[in-house]
Design a protein around this ligand. Structure first.
Ligand SMILES: [Zn+2]
Length: 250
């Protein structure tokens, strides 16, 4: 029998059972066990863990636990305290692409509006979402811990807020992607990159019939979606989104 001590810090405390908050817990088990397995037994997806320490020393998820180990588990908000250590799962990927689960359709549309490649298909079940994350190297965004703990998930983030505008901020902050925002470059409906069309372009003639007369007289710049043929212009919807995200877009 091995006995270890474990404590969760920062916003990870919100994810453990109330009697474990703000205190060290004892755990005992038989046989070989990695820190990854131990942490998951507390239903904390390892996507949420940035630093692990045993007796004060930084370790990674593969560390095998020994009798008497004293384990501390931290979220990314501790990066200021731990400047010398590299976060375990948080670093920004080279290509940023997301997949949202079925409940986060509003977040998906907002991320597309900000220009991020964001897959969303409400017909996919959990195994299929995990597979898409794996196959297409997409960061899986969900409020469902069980989904994040599936082995196939490539990268992920447990979304905490219920409000979609706050969810957007959570994602931008976690992956530090504020400078990657390209508003109005992607179709909110189908995720394709938009093609800009000016009033004097040849292409304008192809879409002209589908633009309401009142809009035509006021706008010279449009974009079209090669996927679903939607037409966009900087109307009231555009301005509303600009106001909603003024802190992010500044
Ligand atoms: Zn489209």
């Amino acid at each position: 029998m091995r006995e270890i001590r474990i404590r969760f810090f920062g916003d990870l405390e919100d994810l453990v059972l109330p009697h474990l908050r703000g205190r060290t817990a004892l755990a005992s088990f038989n046989g070989r066990r990695s820190i990854k397995d131990l942490v998951e037994s507390y239903r904390i997806p390892n996507t949420e863990i940035a630093f692990l320490r045993v007796h004060g020393k930084f370790v990674d998820f593969s560390r095998i636990l020994e009798d008497g180990d004293d384990v501390s588990v931290y979220p990314l908000s501790f990066r200021q305290e731990f400047k010398q250590a590299r976060p375990l799962t948080m670093a920004k990927p080279e290509i940023i692409a997301f997949v949202c689960d079925v409940h986060l359709w509003k977040l998906a549309r907002y991320l597309r509006f900000l220009g991020f490649d964001t897959a969303f298909d409400k017909t996919l079940d959990d195994p299929e979402l995990a597979l898409q994350s794996h196959d297409e190297k997409r960061i899986l965004l969900t409020r469902d811990r069980k989904l994040l703990m599936r082995n196939l998930v490539w990268r992920g983030q447990l979304i905490r807020s219920m409000k979609s505008e706050e969810q957007v901020s959570e994602v931008i902050q976690r992956f530090e992607i504020q400078s990657d925002i390209r508003p109005f470059t992607r179709c909110a409906l189908c995720n394709q990159s938009l093609v800009p069309v000016q009033k004097n372009d040849l292409k304008y003639r192809e879409i002209e019939d589908r633009i309401p007369a009142g809009i035509k007289s006021r706008h010279d710049h449009y974009s079209t979606c090669p996927g679903c043929a939607a037409i966009y212009w900087q109307g009231t919807h555009f301005k509303r989104l600009q106001t909603t995200f003024k802190n992010i877009l500044k």
